[in-house]
Design a protein around this ligand. Structure first.
Ligand code: GTP
Ligand code: MG
Length: 558
């Protein structure tokens, strides 16, 4: 069946070719500024998040994940697998070893593959007999010699290190290009996105032992358009189809009901489900390690590492509001390319300066920061994105959604949204973002993307960002005064650097060589801001001096 291989080769070898390829497939997004009119036209063709998810889930169900020795001969490997059916797509990636994701054209191929796969026999140890679509290739003559040029190579699933990013950014021609480049190299690749859905699908197979009709879907930055390579994989276990069954039943004066155990709250149900699924993942899930059940959290979850993909996973259940937030952020990101570009840039800037962290604490989270960017874009004149209230007003009857008493309704048809004509460049917007939050009245005002206007602060927390759907909640109540001050001081510093023009492109060509950090690259360099007080002193220091000393600290060769 080798001749029937309809293989789309995705195992690209360099980031250059990856970027070129991404540009070809990403028809929904414009990368250049000033194209917002064209982007609005194309928006009609953009897929809803549900459509994207349905396609990815279906692909994932026809896919397998195979650990391969690096000396595997690619051609022989594909010929071997195609005995079980046509292969639609495949790619290799590296994560503590080489892995292949193989998507068959038909699901039957998976059953055929399972019939042919053996249970490993190892002396002194026993196997937990759970068969999954995570397999290992054993080379019994398929391997090439160690010196063969056919060694497999796969993409790394991590983002570019900050020092390398600074150097690459410095070679761009304009700040707008820098911002676009940063998004291009940070955003999830097609392959990484497929891998995320495949991991969900593998876990769904485990959960299906108890709940055959359940689905496990990604949410958060894995699917909202703001995910950076290496971000965690947030997953949600859906049981809605199970509880909603009666609605589809024919009318009759009799009906049968399932007998079910009763507990005293929805939260207790979620905790019970996550307890057993957490145990299953721990005991039976191949490649799932470090399973922690965090059931007392406001949103109970099971946390673990999925070693074959390298993803840090958070599995929640019954978290429909988070799905709505994901859908809303996705929609905003699709409305105008500048939205995603600014979010990626601000998130990267915040991470570079320790404003955000992967460790939970009093830091601003990426989610809060994203809401802050949305709010800022709503306050431009004219606004770049509409308020959530406006999106609710545009909603049709099918969009109505009330979750636990919270109105989560907003329009799902992108073509109903009319954007105003704002032509600001990305560079200008970034500068204005820093200006805006340098002077925002955090002590008295709250950020609300529902209204798109600052509101009086209802509580004493230093930073108040209204939860878009649970409006009485503050998504940033964890942030302490010191972290907020630091954020403001860094905004002031960055705005000042841009205003001084010190971040302008240095004169003289330096193609191919490491360049003096300028523009966005200069903003990502380590800051001297330690607190609000330090800022006044620093203002007197010439920016060129600062950049010089920062350069030395990074030891970048000019
Ligand atoms: P990164 O993982 O940092 O890339 O971003 P993320 O958007 O995925 O954030 P995170 O993993 O912390 O949370 C996942 C999702 O949960 C978010 O995208 C939101 O939809 C939701 N979420 C996170 N924090 C909050 C919060 O404080 N309130 C509400 N309502 N939802 C939240
Ligand atoms: Mg996340």
């Amino acid at each position: 069946m080798a001749s029937s291989l309809a293989v789309c080769r995705l195992n690209m070898r360099g980031r250059g070719s990856l970027l070129k390829w991404l540009k070809q497939v990403d028809t929904c997004l414009h990368r250049t500024i000033g194209t917002h009119v064209a982007a609005a036209r194309e928006r009609k063709g953009c897929k809803s998040l549900y459509a994207v998810e349905a396609e990815r889930q279906e692909q994932a169900e026809r896919s397998v994940l195979i650990s391969c020795p690096t000396r595997t001969n690619e051609k022989k490997f594909l010929k071997f697998l195609s005995r079980h059916g046509d292969i639609n797509k495949y790619f290799f990636y590296e994560s503590y070893g080489m892995y292949a994701v193989v998507e068959f054209a038909n699901r039957e191929s998976i059953s055929s593959l399972f019939e042919a796969a053996a249970v490993p026999s190892i002396s002194h140890e026993s196997m937990v007999p759970f068969k999954s679509r995570l397999l290992s290739l054993r080379n019994l003559g398929l391997a090439d010699s160690p010196n063969s040029p056919n060694k497999l190579s796969g993409q790394l699933q991590t983002s570019i290190p900050i020092n390398e990013l600074i150097q690459r950014l410095s070679r761009e021609e304009s700040m707008d290009q820098q911002i676009t480049f940063l998004t291009d190299v940070h955003q999830l690749t097609e392959e990484n996105s497929r891998l995320r859905f495949l991991v969900c699908s593998l876990l769904q197979d485990i959960a299906a032992a108890y709940f055959p009709e359940c689905t496990i879907k990604p949410f958060g930055s894995s699917v909202n358009g703001f995910g950076k390579l290496g971000c965690d994989l947030d997953m949600i276990l859906h049981l809605d189809d199970i509880s909603g069954k009666y609605a589809k039943m024919p009318k009759s004066d009799m009906r049968l009901e399932f007998q079910m155990k009763r507990v005293n709250s929805e939260r207790a149900v979620t905790q019970t489900i996550l307890t057993v699924i957490g145990d299953c993942v721990d005991q039976f899930g191949p490649g799932c390690v470090g399973v922690q059940k965090i059931l007392k959290a406001r949103c109970p979850l099971v946390r673990f590492s999925h070693q074959p993909s390298g993803f840090q996973c958070d599995l929640t259940a019954n978290n429909r509001v988070a799905m709505k937030s994901t859908e809303l952020l996705y929609l905003y990101g699709e409305l105008d390319p500048r939205v995603r570009h600014l979010v990626f840039t601000v998130r990267c800037w915040a991470r570079a300066h320790g404003v955000t962290s992967s460790i939970p604490g009093a830091w601003i989270t990426n989610f809060s920061l994203t809401i802050m960017v949305m709010f800022f874009l709503q306050t431009r004149s004219p606004p770049i994105i509409p308020t959530l209230d406006h999106l609710r007003d545009l909603a049709g009857p099918a969009d109505k959604s009330v979750i636990e008493g919270n109105d989560c309704t907003f329009v799902s048809d992108f073509s109903k949204i009319r954007l105003q004509s704002n032509t600001q460049t990305q560079e200008k917007l970034l500068w204005e973002f820093f200006e805006f939050y340098s002077t925002f009245a955090f002590n008295s005002m709250s950020i609300s993307i529902r209204k798109g206007k600052e509101q009086g602060k209802p509580e004493l927390a230093p930073l108040h960002i209204q939860n878009p759907f649970e409006i009485s909640l503050n998504v940033s109540k964890n942030v302490n005064a010191m972290q907020l001050e630091r954020f403001v001081a860094l905004c002031q510093e960055s705005a000042w650097l841009l205003q001084q023009g010190e971040a302008n492109k240095p004169k003289g060509g330096n193609e191919g060589k490491a360049s003096t950090p300028w523009g966005l690259a200069a903003l990502l360099m380590p800051s001297k801001v330690t607190g609000i007080k330090g800022r006044k002193k620093k203002r007197r220091e010439p920016a060129s001096e600062r950049i010089k000393s920062l350069l030395e600290s990074l030891k970048i060769t000019k």
